[in-house]
Design a protein around this ligand. Structure first.
Ligand SMILES: [Zn+2]
Length: 98
């Protein structure tokens, strides 16, 4: 790997670490924490830490996939779902909290 690419990867991992910290910082407003969780997952995916499957993890349809967070305190714990399955998953999370 070229030096400049190594530096860039290092910078991205450092940024990922900062956003992972923000997710757990309960003093910050929830919308900031959830935004950091989504950003951390996107960074992790671009770094190759999370692998995007070719089709929806649940129904196996080939659609545009979304990253579903089960818990924003675990920003890298995501499931790749199609929009339909994502709506079902979000309902499950809402009912689990209620
Ligand atoms: Zn699906």
């Amino acid at each position: 790997m070229k030096k400049i690419r190594r530096q860039r990867k290092h910078d991205l991992i450092a940024r990922l670490g900062r956003h992972m910290d923000i997710c757990l910082d309960t003093i910050r407003p929830r919308r900031i924490r959830t935004r950091s969780a989504r950003y951390a997952a996107a960074l992790a995916e671009s770094l190759g830490l999370i692998e995007r499957p070719r089709c929806c993890t649940w129904c196996r349809r080939r659609q545009r996939l979304q990253r579903h967070h089960w818990d924003y305190r675990e920003p890298l714990n995501v499931t790749f779902l199609c929009p339909d399955c994502h709506a079902v998953a979000d309902n499950m999370v809402v009912q689990a909290i209620a």
